[in-house]
Design a protein around this ligand. Sequence first.
Ligand code: NA7
Length: 549
Amino acid sequence: MLTVGIFFVTLTHMTTQQPNFHPDVLVIGAGFAGLRAIVSMREIGHSVTALETGDGVGGVWYWNRYPGARCDVESYDYSYRFSEELEQEWRWSERYATQPEILSYVNHVADRFNLRDDIVFNQTMTDAKWNDATHRWEVTTADGSQFSGRYLIMATGSLSAAKDVVLPGQDEFEGKIYWSSRWPHEGVDLSGKRVGIIGTGSSGMQMVPVIAPQVQHLTVFQRTPNYSIPAPNAPVSDEEDAAVKATYRARREAAKNSPSGLNFPASGVSALEVSDEEREAEFERAWARFGFGFVLCFRDLITDEKANKYASDFIRRKIGEQIEDDEVRKHIVPADFPFGTKRPSVDANYYPTFNRDNVTLADLRDEPIERVTKTGIATSAAHYDLDVLVFATGFDALTGSFLKPNIVGRNGQSLREHWDAGPLTYLGLLSSGFPNMFIIAGPGSPSLLSNVMISIEEGIDWLTEMIMFSEAAGNSSLEATSEAEAGWVQHVNEKADETLYPKVASYYNGDNVPGKPRVFMPYSGGVRGYRRILERVSGNGYEGIIFEK
Ligand code: NA7
């Protein structure tokens, strides 16, 4: 039975158009990837419906509204390149945009291209089933609505399924609990409150310096001290904006041809082949100007332990210099893993925040949390009185959002079963046994190891061309072979083995979620290398893919 007559309303745009329940293409998610998928599917004349859990567009930028949330890729690069008009008309105010500015941008894109006409908000896909007789995906949502589409594009994000952290005693806490990934839209008044925050990844490190001046006292519960590089943020002047816009194509090309899709030329120099003075000077330059791109200042920081040690030691020293208290310094400077192998942060004044009188660092390695009490957190060493507890504990990265719904492909096999021992994809875009289903910026793609906008747009462009190729030959379905998939997984592993990534506990390897299979998930061969492979596969008539009438 169909549920009909849904009226959907958003803050900036209202439509009473009835959703198309049975379009050519179903897109799941209306974040950056979902919106881009709508644009591309329309361009090839396909009807499309996107289902979105939230009541607005933006995906992670819709949900992660915590104080201080900001992108650590430069705005001019973390933006769509599909429309030159859009590039020219949008004016970024800072090099690294805040969450509200990015959300305005995404809303602008949705309005400018009338994308909301094809989005049904407040709809969460719970089930998807491939019907082998009709060659369509049948989708059910949380409210029981039924949709179907010839193609299913999973644009659900790689850092969108929040990790479920439940501490003993949590229900008894009489204060308020918030999650960085689901921050209340109306904001939270933290003034005069005793606040505890668990987690010192990018979210925690961005929030801490912003809320510390507002609260009565802030306790930061840190488990693993991570590396962070200062964000070289600044307002964008009219001259700078004009200069970028005059040469935007060249900038996009350069980003596409760099390893990470950032606006930095990759260094061809080894950290081992320069003098100590030259190395130090290059580290200083990168520290001051590169932000996240620090990792690219020599070519072998992620592949060679000795080269990495030089960088790690430099950053440790820089972090240490920002901390006044010897005891705090001892706990906050990362010690036991190489820089960059666990996602580093880019911060604005994080470390000096610990020099404030109203900020305490609790090192959970020395004093593990025993329980949450009515009035705070009890560790093995102390009780911390709290009015507010914030979880900035991260995500079930790369696979979480794809495995949350029950997706059932050919022969009744579910994606959960197929990925039981780790994600299996061909080119990070398809999974064998799941015809006409596409995964955007997920495992097996450069996604989280790159400027994800490049993975999103290039992946969707490539898939769109493949759909056109398939349909021009009169086919109704396409699917990766299991051999091609196995070959890709092997290649992803071989590339990973050339790096230090697999050696370190991180969300890239699934280590942050108890019980998750330990597999290195993203593609570490770089966005340029990845694109060349995509071009080769399409140039060879889409080798590894079976087309069916
Ligand atoms: P991250 O980077 O996964 O960080 C999560 C943090 O939470 C990290 O410090 C974790 O410590 C900590 N954590 C997680 N679970 C626990 C428990 N149970 N107890 C104590 N501490 C815990 O997530 P973010 O949201 O900060 O950043 C995600 C991405 O957003 C980031 O990589 C950028 O791409 C943007 P651990 O290191 O596991 O010891």
